[in-house]
Write a protein that binds this ligand. Structure first.
Ligand code: ADE
Length: 233
């Protein structure tokens, strides 16, 4: 998988990939990163990339030409590059999207700054527009990081143990059950005793119950959406 980050501030993105699992994935040639700065494609004297909004409105918008020139070059190199614009006005980014996008060969994240990007760029080049939550960030970089991280861990070979993907939150529309490690008793709080007895069928049933309760309590929206699968238990 190749990720291209189109951003005015690559230093906001780069360090995240310089350690741990995602660093290992790059060393193993599973992941390749590229950074492109729209400012390098601005043709005006001061390499300006933003301007006032048509019709008024607070703040500046990134204007089309530098970003479009840059995206044209990326598309020419790889017509299959999948272009994503993070934006608060996008569709919600979910685990199912992370899994689907992990199968792409090249994803381009285009981060807006200031008040965002001229809508015509998004209309012409955007394969998808995603929001990572109902709040407004100062730019698309954090959202691009969140999405690229969630996508990466679904690429074959990135996580050491692929099993860890199958039992985690959202895999079957539920939050993951609580997990425990040593010691068996910590500050008067004990691990549920069944977890220590080694009967995997019982532990599995218990975890499903806990997962259902947790989902109902913390994410009633998820619980209702996937009600059928909780009823079965
Ligand atoms: N850019 C600013 N806020 C955002 C959000 N919530 N999701 C994605 N991109 C954004």
């Amino acid at each position: 998988m190749k990720f291209t980050f189109v951003t005015l501030f690559e230093n906001l993105v780069k360090p995240y990939f310089e350690d741990s699992i995602l660093k290992r994935a790059q060393n193993a040639k599973i992941l390749e990163l590229e950074f492109k700065n729209p400012r390098d494609y601005a043709k005006n004297k001061h390499q300006k990339v933003d301007d006032y909004q048509a019709g008024g409105g607070a703040g500046l918008l990134m204007f089309p030409e530098p970003i479009c020139d840059l995206l044209d070059i990326i598309k020419k190199d790889n017509p299959n590059a999948h272009i994503i614009f993070p934006a608060p006005a996008g569709k919600p980014f979910r685990q199912i999207d992370a899994k689907r996008l992990a199968k792409k060969e090249h994803i381009v994240f285009v981060s807006g700054r200031y008040e965002g990007i001229d809508e015509r760029v998004i209309e012409e080049y955007g394969d998808e527009v995603f929001s990572i939550g109902d709040y407004v960030l100062t730019g698309g970089e954090l959202a691009s990081l969140v999405m690229s991280d969630a996508i990466s861990r679904n690429i074959k070979g990135v996580l050491g143990n692929e099993d860890s993907l199958s039992e985690e939150s959202f895999e079957d529309g539920a939050l993951e059950a609580p997990s425990f490690t040593k010691p068996n008793i910590f500050r008067d709080s004990a691990i549920p005793s069944e977890f220590l007895k080694g009967n995997h069928a019982i532990i599995c049933t218990l975890k499903k119950e806990m997962s259902g309760l947790k989902t109902k309590y913390f994410r009633p929206d998820l619980f209702l959406r996937n009600k059928g699968q909780f009823d079965e238990k």
